[in-house]
Design a protein. Structure first.
Length: 232
């Protein structure tokens, strides 16, 4: 079960009632691009795979605990990147982005385009990194029309770790930090981990969801929660 999350103190400044927030992975399109990149890096190298197996009992459970997800992501990202210099790592990331297949969730993507066309402020707030998010928004021809709130990484002992992991309460804090405070007109996500932003709107959409996420969010959001099922 997703644990209870701390509540960010809401700002007293005027709010943006015409802002719509979309997650990216699992919401605008299927899959998790960041996880796919890390898995590819690990599976392509025997030593990385062995390291991943060693850390799994510690790191994997943290991936599903919102306040601790940054530690789990950092552990796997470090394994996936250790030993690669900045040039080599960037080239590998660019190659992955170029070959990654986007599988749109058409109903949500169409609503995102409609919000843009109708003049709403559209924010893409995602756990993916800035490079991936920028590239995929460009591929979907959205980049010039949306604002991005993303995760970030930094060098650490020969590899990379997360400096900002944009999930859970951190996602809401990053939205506020970058000038997009709640309440929001609508919020779209595929994960119960995004409860902090989902409860910052009267119209929350859970997309492409797992049943345990639906149950958790139904208990916490009640009638505010709307479902867009796995068929897209």
């Amino acid at each position: 079960m997703t644990p209870a999350m701390p509540i960010t103190k809401m700002p007293t400044a005027p709010v943006e009632s015409n802002t719509v927030v979309y997650d990216m992975d699992g919401t605008l399109f299927r899959g998790d691009c960041g996880a796919a990149f890390i898995k590819q890096r690990i599976h392509d190298n025997l030593w990385r795979l062995l390291l991943a197996v060693i850390i799994a009992p510690f790191a994997f459970p943290l991936m599903n605990i919102a306040p601790l997800r940054k530690i789990g992501v950092s552990a796997y990202l470090w394994v996936a990147s250790v030993g690669a210099n900045e040039i080599a790592y960037s080239k590998t990331l660019e190659d992955f982005i170029a070959q990654y297949r986007i599988r749109p969730i058409d109903k949500v993507l169409a609503q995102c385009r409609k919000d843009i066309a109708e003049g709403r402020k559209v924010i893409i707030a995602t756990g993916a990194g800035a490079e991936m998010t920028t590239a995929f928004m460009r591929r979907l021809e959205l980049l010039d029309h949306v604002q991005l709130i993303t995760s970030h990484s930094k060098r650490f002992f020969g590899g990379r770790i997360a400096s900002v992991q944009c999930n859970g309460e951190t996602k809401l804090q990053e939205l506020i930090k970058h000038g997009h405070p709640p309440p929001y007109l609508r919020v779209y996500s595929d994960s119960a981990m995004d409860l902090p932003i989902l409860r910052s709107t009267n119209t929350a959409y859970l997309v492409n969801y797992r049943e345990k996420d639906r149950q958790f969010l139904s208990r916490n959001l009640g009638a505010r929660l709307h479902l867009i099922d796995n068929a897209g």
